[in-house]
Ligand binder design. Structure first.
Ligand code: B12
Ligand code: SF4
Length: 503
């Protein structure tokens, strides 16, 4: 390898497609939601005269005929094989290949066969160290993030390398890393081992990044936005009056405790991802999800709805106490509570987690084909269910939850017509309009949908009941405007960028 010295580097950052285009579950809209923030964070450590490009294979084809000096690839479990093929390809062409991310951290020995350098854990401290070593002509094989982790005073994330119009939610943002909890099935403890497992930006830095984002809508991708109460309180205080509408994720207990959720609502929180996971206390105990134990899930739903916050409920099927009735019980409960969208998962033992270790010891892992570790396939032997029953029940739950009748039933749970309308448009927009989404993605017009999303996320309050005519007025107006905006989309369409197979 020649010494890079202080001469400018040519760097290609790649997020390989998570699933092959041939997968029956492939939903272009799901993969055109968020830009690759992790790679944009790493790109910030380059010098200003280095040349960088970020290629997200979910939204544009990957060309492989170039010869960058440095190739930086983010590896998730379900894109691992594809990431390795791309890595092998570029190494054959003489590029230096860096592999990092969740899967590399879980299985470094596997990844090391395909990368010149591998990176374990978050990249904020180790990637700049590598760049110095690389420029000095002396890169190491393995970089491990350990003590001294921080995201305070980071260089601004390279949003200029992100093609905003390719994403529905270009304004996604992360202001913390990790999570204060320790669920056995979660990636978190393995990924953050050796150093801090939960830490935040400085509030003023987070607010400055928010200020830099255009428009009103934001999506916080943090695992647990309410995880540090002092940080979150100051963040929401600073956001008050900014006119933002935002979405995020938090745990059941953090929603019930104190008044943080009210402060979040005042700052503009309109929809939240909540990890309910299971309605069975035994399952919670066995998976060390203690923060959910003894919590009244119905109060969580009521409290959020009373603040006009829509709920995306996360549920896991196949835990050790789940039996045949788990699917119907869960779907029924979610519809009864007026949950707007549900994310169902088949329990998946990610390598590196305590769940994986336990199931491996019990000889219950039935495949190590990482492509199947996407929470949609059964990869282990459940305790009280047949694998086929788990797969069928999972498929049934999704179908049942998103039937028109179910969407209407859950929407009717809400007290005001406006909340009902929002629920209906949000849930059906997400799951029922696939051909329209495809058309919009092909036309590269996803950014035109933002006003529609903002309309649907506009404020409702169950305290103030309004007349049918007024109710829904704002949301419907915004929807009509967005559809008018889209009227020229059809004339503008290009072939949908599907991930190509590597050379
Ligand atoms: C956005 C997101 C998605 C997007 C991904 C698109 C994208 N552009 O990244 C979408 C919606 C497509 C998605 C899908 C899924 N996701 Co997801 N997703 C996330 C989420 C919420 C945020 C990712 C993010 O931007 N993080 C912030 C950035 C700054 O961190 P980062 O990406 O990890 O990058 C850092 C490090 O990893 C490292 N790094 C990464 N790459 C490299 C490379 C090098 C060389 C170096 C040095 C460092 C490095 O440095 C970066 C800075 O520290 C995470 C949760 C989370 N908080 O990370 C879950 C998460 C990654 N998803 C998860 C899951 C389970 C899924 C699904 C399987 C769920 C499902 N059934 O739908 C699917 C995958 C589907 C499939 N077929 O494979 C799990 C992964 C668990 C695991 N062990 O792998 C996570 C951790 C959520 C969780 N708490 O369980 N997801
Ligand atoms: S609360 Fe969520 S992010 Fe935190 S450890 Fe548990 S599953 Fe992981």
């Amino acid at each position: 390898m020649s010494k890079a010295g202080s001469r400018p580097l040519k760097v290609k950052f790649i997020l390989p497609a998570l699933t092959e285009a041939t997968d029956p579950y492939w939903r272009p809209i799901k993969y055109s939601l968020f830009p690759p923030l992790g790679l944009a964070t790493l790109a910030a450590y380059l010098s200003c005269d280095d040349q960088a490009v970020i290629l997200d294979e979910h939204v544009e084809p990957l060309t492989l005929d170039d010869v960058p000096e440095l190739v930086v690839i983010q590896v998730y479990i379900t894109n691992a094989y594809r990431a390795y093929r791309i890595a092998d390809h570029y190494r054959r062409k003489g590029a230096f290949v860096c592999l990092g991310g969740l899967h590399v951290t879980s299985l470094p020995r596997e990844a090391a066969l395909h990368g010149d350098a591998i990176f374990l854990g978050p990249g904020e401290q180790i990637f700049p160290k590598f760049l110095d070593d690389f420029r000095a002509g002396n890169p190491e094989r393995v970089y491990t993030s350990a003590a001294g982790r921080t995201i305070e005073r980071l260089p601004p994330i390279r949003r200029d390398l992100i093609r905003r119009s390719y994403y529905l939610v270009p304004n996604s943002i992360v202001v913390t890393r990790g999570c204060p909890q320790h669920c056995d099935f979660c990636y978190k403890d393995a990924f953050f081992q050796g150093g801090r497992g939960f830490y935040t930006q400085r509030v003023d830095d987070a607010l400055a990044e928010i200020e830099r984002l255009p428009g009103r809508h934001l999506y916080f991708l943090d695992d647990h936005l309410l995880g540090d109460r002092r940080f979150a309180t100051a963040l929401f205080q600073g956001m008050k009056g900014m006119g933002r509408l935002f979405q995020g994720a938090a745990t059941v207990d953090s929603i019930l405790r104190g008044d943080l959720i009210e402060r979040a609502a005042e700052a503009g929180l309109r929809s939240i991802f909540v990890g309910f996971e299971t309605l069975t206390p035994e399952n919670l105990k066995k998976s060390n999800k203690r923060q959910n134990l003894g919590r009244d899930y119905q109060s969580v739903a009521d409290r959020l709805h009373s603040l006009g916050i829509m709920i995306n409920g996360s549920f896991v099927f196949g835990m050790d106490d789940d039996e045949e009735d788990v699917f119907r019980r869960t779907v029924d409960w979610a519809l009864r509570q007026g949950i707007t969208t549900a994310t169902f998962h088949i329990q998946t033992p990610y390598p590196g987690t305590r769940l994986y270790t336990r199931l491996a010891q019990e000889r219950r892992i039935i495949t190590q084909d990482w492509k199947l570790y996407d929470t949609r396939h059964v990869v282990y032997r459940p305790a009280k269910l047949k694998p086929e029953a788990l797969q069928t029940g999972y498929d049934w739950a999704y179908r049942e939850f998103y039937r028109w009748r179910s969407i209407a039933r859950a929407a009717l749970h809400h007290g005001t017509l406006k909340h009902q309308a929002k629920h209906f448009f949000y849930a059906s927009g997400w799951k029922k309009l696939e051909p329209l989404w495809d058309l919009i993605i092909r036309a590269r017009q996803l950014n035109r949908i933002t006003p529609l999303l903002e309309g649907v996320l506009s404020k409702v309050s169950s305290a103030k009941r309004v007349s049918g005519k007024e109710a829904g007025h704002d949301a419907i107006n915004a929807i009509l405007m967005a559809f008018e905006d889209l009227s020229d989309v059809a004339d503008n369409t290009a072939p949908l960028a599907r991930p190509r197979r590597p050379a």
